[in-house]
Design a protein around this ligand. Structure first.
Ligand code: FAD
Length: 458
């Protein structure tokens, strides 16, 4: 009997899963495997929100496999050692997995390939599973990656996508896989109270609902903070419970300006991945340094704490930071303006902000998070690196009624719309009655500091 192992990573689904299909084609039985990699834990990447969501994804994957005659084997340890151990136990000939695009994923693949080859087994790595267009597919003539989004997108949009593959009807597993069964993990301490459920089943229901109610208006509502009208697919894309290839196909079939704008955002996701694949160091160091001498925990500790806890005195910033803690998610417009506030107004190192986001975001994703932070800090791929988002102007523009602010900052629930984004302008007694801090910093002072630091006009 021929047996293949499918190593699930950031692709925790059965629909549109080319590695699983290839493994089923090649063998009489497959062993679906997920390894809780201790290197990922040691790097602090399994923060409580993502760990809780991941548990939901694994439980759902296991249930879907069982409905097809299979089951998920989950192990903990070093991913290479665990795969090799299982390959021996199951006497498998080959291992199938999806390509990843970080430095970590590249090293994992290299180690796994070499270990399997030494054992006389083969590794097959499938691309276009966790991205729509793999890094290296859309490239400029003179470089290994695009550093600017617009020309990237022009090429990206022309790349023919592979066809979507359906979920298999049956997944035969060997009688004895020798693995642990899906562990029922006790509740993990510290997840956000309003964390969404993980898993492919929830993800597919969400797609159906969004296609009916949100997609057509996406281009006009995506920046409206209070409407909360974006897809919220990000965690599902991060864990691979949704396929980006399938989403692009479906959105293009659906058509219209909303779907087109949505596809463009999925291209941003691929854009950051092709930057990270070409420049893995950009996860931790400036992609294009401006030789900033950022303020740090030591020099700006209390300011950073106020930002983290949502008490900067700038209502839209505070609303966003509190949404992050409560839901493990934040609206994109809010991510932009809170990142601008930390890096440009407080002039704090982008890595401190990126770390805090990774600590809380259920969709926390190395490529998207670090490179969006760098974009906003002006050390990344933004063609206007000195741009600053004014939190008052942004609040008035993207939350004109103050609904988003009142939702997350109950201290301001009774403040009328004209002042809700600048409560310090309320008449003295009204201001004094509020249990809400004054502005942490004058915007003009922050801007001056930033201009001096960068030695440029902004
Ligand atoms: P939608 O607006 O519905 O977009 C659909 C999908 O497109 C998203 O799920 C996401 O996969 C992709 N997408 C949308 N906007 C972007 C973008 N600017 N860059 C890359 N891909 C995008 N996204 C993450 O997935 N993980 C992160 O850790 C993350 N950190 C961020 C940090 C900062 C400072 C900023 C400014 C943005 C960050 N983003 C991150 C990008 C974006 O904010 C989120 O993807 C988006 O808000 C998720 O909500 P949604 O699924 O409703 O998005």
């Amino acid at each position: 009997m021929h047996v293949s192992v499918v190593l699930f990573t950031a692709d925790l689904r059965l629909h549109d899963h080319p590695p699983l299909h290839a493994a089923l084609d090649a063998a009489d039985a497959v062993v679906p495997l997920f390894v809780r990699d201790r290197a990922v834990d040691a790097a602090g990447f399994t923060a409580p929100n993502r760990r809780t969501f991941l548990d939901g994804c694994l439980a759902d994957l296991d249930a879907s496999l069982r409905a097809r005659g299979g089951r998920l084997v989950v192990r903990s340890g070093d991913v290479v050692e665990e795969v090799c151990r299982l390959v021996t136990e199951a006497d498998a000939d080959e291992v199938h997995m999806s390509a990843g695009h970080s430095g970590f994923a590249a090293r994992r693949e290299e180690r796994l390939r070499s270990a399997l080859e030494q054992a006389g087994r083969r590794l097959f790595v499938h691309d276009a599973v966790t991205v729509a267009v793999p890094p290296g597919t859309a490239t400029p003539a003179a470089s290994d990656h695009f550093a600017v989004f617009t020309p990237y997108y022009r090429q990206w949009a022309q790349v023919p996508l592979r066809q979507v593959v359906g979920a298999p009807r049956r997944v035969p597993v060997p009688d004895e896989t020798g693995g642990e069964r899906m562990p029922a993990r006790a509740g993990v301490a510290g997840p956000s109270p309003a964390l969404p459920p993980g898993g492919e089943s929830a993800a597919r229901e969400q797609v159906t609902a969004y296609w009916r109610r949100g997609l057509d208006a996406y281009d006009t509502t995506r920046d409206d903070l209070a409407a909360d009208a974006t897809s919220r697919f990000s965690a599902h894309l991060h864990f691979g419970t949704l396929s980006p290839v399938e989403l692009v196909h479906r959105a293009r079939r659906h058509g219209g300006a909303g779907a087109e704008a949505f596809v463009r955002q999925l291209a941003w996701r691929d854009f950051h991945r092709q930057v990270l694949a070409a420049r893995p160091h950009a996860a931790h160091s400036d992609y294009r340094t401006k030789r900033d001498r950022w303020r740090t925990e030591r020099t700006a500790g209390p300011d950073i704490d106020a930002w983290r806890e949502g008490r900067t005195g700038y209502p839209v910033v505070d609303a966003a930071m509190r949404q992050l803690l409560h839901e493990g998610w934040m609206h994109n417009r809010a991510r932009l303006l809170t990142a601008s506030f930390l890096t440009k107004t407080l002039y704090v190192d982008w890595r401190i902000g990126a770390d805090h986001f990774l600590q809380w975001l259920v969709d926390g994703d190395l490529a998207n998070n670090q490179l969006n932070w760098q974009w906003m800090a002006g050390t990344g791929t933004d063609t206007r690196p000195n741009r600053v988002l004014n939190p008052v102007t942004q609040g008035k523009k993207y939350d004109p009624e103050g609904t988003y602010v009142r939702r997350w900052v109950p201290e301001l629930a009774g403040v009328e719309t004209p002042r809700v984004h600048e409560p310090w302008k309320l008449p003295g007694p009204d201001r004094a009655a509020l249990d809400y801090p004054g502005p942490l910093v004058e915007l003009a002072d922050g801007l001056d500091r930033f201009r001096r630091a960068r030695g440029k006009r902004t």
